[in-house]
Ligand binder design. Structure first.
Ligand code: HMG
Ligand code: MG
Length: 296
C-alpha cells in the first residue's frame, strides 16, 4: 500500500481512562497506581493519553494529585500527554507540570455547563478567551471538548445547532481540535450522523474527535457509523472505565479494547497494541476491585 493509502486507513485513538475513567472512582486511587496505569498504556503505543485534570480538587478530589502524576510518569516521545484545564489557574499548573497539550471543556447545554463548571455556556467560553492564546503561545495544542452533544442529563435532548454554536465559538477562540462528547451515552448511530450533518461547514467528521460513553451499549455501533462517515479520531477508555461525576448515568466510556477491535474489523489501523491495552485494562480493574474491597 502507498504511504498515502496507509495514512488514509489510520485512525487515531486517544486513551482517556486515567482522566475520564478514574475521575469518577469513589475510592481514592493512589498516585503510584495511576502512574503505573499510564505507563502501561503508554507502552501500548497510544499517540495520546489524557493523563489527568488540573481542575479544582474540591470538584474532583480523585485527580487532586495531577502534578504528582505528571511528574512521575515516563514520557516516551511517541505519546502526547494531555490534561484538562478549566481556567487560568489550571493552565498555570499544567504548564508547570510540562503537559504536552491541554483540553478545555464546554457544554452544549446550560444545565450541564452550570453543573460541571459552575457557569453559563458563555461565561465558561469567556474563561477560555485569554487561556487558549496563552497555551498556544507556550506551544501547547488545545483540544476543545463539547459535552452533551446528543442529550443532557439535566436539560434533555440537544439539537445539533446548539453544538454548532459552541463549536463555532471554540474555533474562533483558537482551539486546534473539536471533541464531541456524548456524555451520558445516549446516542444512536443515526443521532451521530444527524449531529455531523448539523455541523456541516463548521466541523468536518475528519477534523473532529468523537468521545463516546457506552451507557446503552450502543457506543460501538455509533463508532462504526462515525467511521463510515469519515471520523478518524476517537477517545476511549481501557477497561471501559469512566463517567463524569456531574453527569448521573455516565457509567463508562467506550472500552478501548472493543473500539480497537471494531476499527480493525473495518479495515483501519491504529498503531496500538490491543493485547497490551487488554492487559492494562484487566490490571486496573483488579487494582480498583482490590482498593474498593480494602476500603469497606
Ligand atoms: P468554582 O467553584 O466556580 O471556582 O468552580 P472558583 O474559582 O470559585 O474556585 C473554587 C475553589 O477551587 C477555590 O479554592 C479555587 O482556588 C479552586 P478555595 O479558595 O475554595 O480553597 N480552584 C482550583 N484549584 C485547582 N485547580 C484549578 C482551580 N480552579 C479553582 N484549576 C471550576 C469552577 C471550573 C474550577 C470547577 O467547576 C471545576 O473544577 N470543574 C471541573 C469539573 C470536572 O472536572 N468535571 C469532569 C471533567 S468534564 C467531563 O468529564 C466531560 C468530558 O469527558 C466529555 C464528555 O464526556 O462529555 C470531558
Ligand atoms: Mg467523558
Amino acid at each position: 500500500m502507498s504511504a498515502d493509502g496507509a495514512a488514509a486507513r489510520l485512525v487515531r485513538v486517544t486513551e482517556v481512562a486515567p482522566r475520564d475513567g478514574l475521575q469518577n472512582e469513589s475510592t481514592r486511587v493512589p498516585t503510584a497506581t495511576k502512574v503505573e496505569f499510564i505507563d502501561r498504556l503508554a507502552a501500548a503505543g497510544f499517540p495520546e493519553i489524557e493523563a489527568t485534570s488540573f481542575v479544582s480538587a474540591a470538584w474532583v478530589p480523585q485527580l487532586g494529585d495531577a502534578a504528582d502524576v505528571m511528574r512521575a510518569i515516563g514520557r516516551p516521545p511517541g505519546t502526547t500527554f494531555s490534561a484538562l484545564v478549566p481556567n487560568e489557574r489550571g493552565l498555570d499548573a499544567a504548564l508547570e507540570a510540562r503537559v504536552d497539550k491541554i483540553a478545555v471543556f464546554a457544554a452544549a447545554t446550560e444545565g450541564f455547563s452550570r453543573a460541571n463548571t459552575n457557569g453559563s455556556i458563555d461565561a465558561v467560553l469567556a474563561r477560555f478567551a485569554s487561556l487558549i492564546p496563552r497555551a498556544r503561545a507556550a506551544g501547547l495544542p488545545v483540544r476543545g471538548y463539547i459535552s452533551c452533544v446528543i442529550r443532557c442529563p439535566i436539560d434533555g435532548p440537544v439539537e445539533p445547532r446548539a453544538v454548532r454554536r459552541v463549536a463555532e465559538r471554540l474555533l474562533e477562540l483558537g482551539v486546534d481540535e473539536i471533541d464531541l462528547g456524548d456524555t451520558i451515552g445516549a446516542a444512536s448511530s443515526d443521532d451521530i450522523e444527524r449531529l455531523y450533518e448539523g455541523l456541516a461547514g463548521v466541523v468536518a467528521p475528519g477534523a473532529s474527535t468523537l468521545h463516546l460513553h457506552d451507557t446503552q451499549g450502543r457506543a460501538i455501533a455509533c463508532a462504526e457509523r462515525a467511521l463510515a462517515i469519515g471520523v478518524r479520531s476517537f477517545d476511549a477508555s481501557a477497561g471501559g472505565l469512566g463517567g463524569c461525576p456531574y453527569a448521573q448515568g455516565a457509567p463508562g466510556n467506550v472500552a478501548t479494547e472493543a473500539l480497537l477491535g471494531s476499527i480493525e474489523r473495518a479495515g483501519f489501523t491504529t498503531g496500538i497494541d490491543r493485547g497490551a491495552v487488554e492487559r492494562a485494562g484487566q490490571w486496573i480493574r483488579q487494582e480498583l476491585a482490590r482498593l474498593s474491597s480494602a476500603s469497606v
